[in-house]
Design a protein around this ligand. Structure first.
Ligand SMILES: C[S@@+](CC[C@H](N)C(=O)[O-])C[C@H]1O[C@@H](n2cnc3c(N)ncnc32)[C@H](O)[C@@H]1O
Length: 303
């Protein structure tokens, strides 16, 4: 259902040098990979047919398409982001899927109140934008949550989806290597001060409490695949996990060694992550992978 980008990704192994189009391609492919988890999360929400809601921080728009499907092509969806370039890509997705009548996009920064009246929406959805270090992006997650509560009608829902990164299984049979690489990648992200490493274990219920939301609820939603993998799933794991997150940079290797990965295990990792190797993991007939996202929901109460 997504328009998956086919153009070559100009990412050097282990070095993240993203143009905004690369970033959009990555997000859309990630949405595709996480589609089972996203659909499960959306299914759990109360999104009545004909309702009106907002995807806050919609990026290139992958989830807008799923939200429209969830609403059975009724109602109206607003999408907002602070990147005009990503919104232009989202607009193109919306146009290509014939949703221009039901989806409207606007530019807005989480640092400012949403340009929408009080009590004007039935629901708000936001995925992988709010973080415990939101101030680095110019907002406080609690303040954003309060403003989301302001624009939702009493009885309506606010939903936060967090695509958990550390809890994934991408290297079945190689638990120690995977744990070491995931921890090393996280240390690497933190050193480079990149935010998305923190989309996990967020205090999302604390933000919701601060916004006086009621009936708070947490659930986990899974994306799982087993051999034979669809080429798009191989592409996602190879490019964005094996090459980008667990990529073979000297920094990552040093971190991995520092936390106990041996040189022999590092060589095994190089072998199983190389598409040219006879031992390549992603095309083995016993391969599987699992990743989950966390959905938090809260309800706006009267007064
Ligand atoms: C990881 S992407 C998630 C995109 C989309 N929600 C999804 O699930 O595919 C994070 C998005 O947050 C947007 N963003 C980052 N900081 C923001 C801010 N201060 N205000 C509004 N949007 C912001 C980015 O432009 C990007 O589109």
């Amino acid at each position: 259902m997504f328009s998956l980008p086919q153009n070559p990704y100009n990412l050097q192994k282990g070095h993240i040098r993203l143009t905004i189009q690369d970033y959009a391609n990555q997000e859309l492919l990630y949405n595709h990979f996480m589609q089972p988890a996203l659909q499960s999360a959306l299914h759990q929400l109360e999104l009545p047919p004909g309702s009106v809601g907002l995807d806050a921080g919609c990026g290139p728009g992958g989830v807008l398409l799923l939200l429209d499907k969830r609403l059975h092509a009724t109602g109206h969806i607003w999408g907002s982001d602070n990147s005009p370039t990503l919104l232009a890509i989202a607009r193109e997705q919306v146009r290509q899927h014939g949703l221009t009548e039901r989806v409207s996009l606007f530019c807005a920064d989480f640092g400012d109140p949403f340009p929408l009246p009080d009590n004007s929406l039935d629901w708000v959805w936001t995925a992988d934008v709010l973080t415990s270090i939101g101030e680095k992006r110019g907002f406080s997650s609690e303040d954003v949550m309060r403003d989301m509560a302001r624009i939702v009608k009493p009885g309506g829902q606010v939903a936060v989806f967090l695509g958990n990164r550390l809890g994934a299984v991408y290297l079945p049979g190689y638990a120690h290597i995977e744990n070491s690489l995931a921890t090393a990648a996280n240390l690497n992200f933190r050193k480079r001060d990149q935010l998305h490493a923190s989309f996990e274990n967020e205090n999302v219920l604390g933000w919701m409490r601060a916004a006086s939301l009621a009936q708070l609820h947490i659930s986990a939603h899974i994306a799982q695949y087993q051999a034979p993998l669809h080429p798009d799933i191989i592409r996602y794991i190879q490019r964005y996990i094996f090459e980008a997150e667990y990529g073979c940079t000297p920094e990552l290797k040093a971190y991995a060694h520092g936390i106990g990965l041996t040189e022999e295990e590092w060589q095994v990792w190089l072998d199983i992550s190389d598409p040219q190797s006879p031992n390549y993991l992603l095309t083995r007939d016993d391969y599987y992978c699992v990743r989950f996202g966390i959905l938090a929901t809260g309800r706006v109460i009267n007064g």
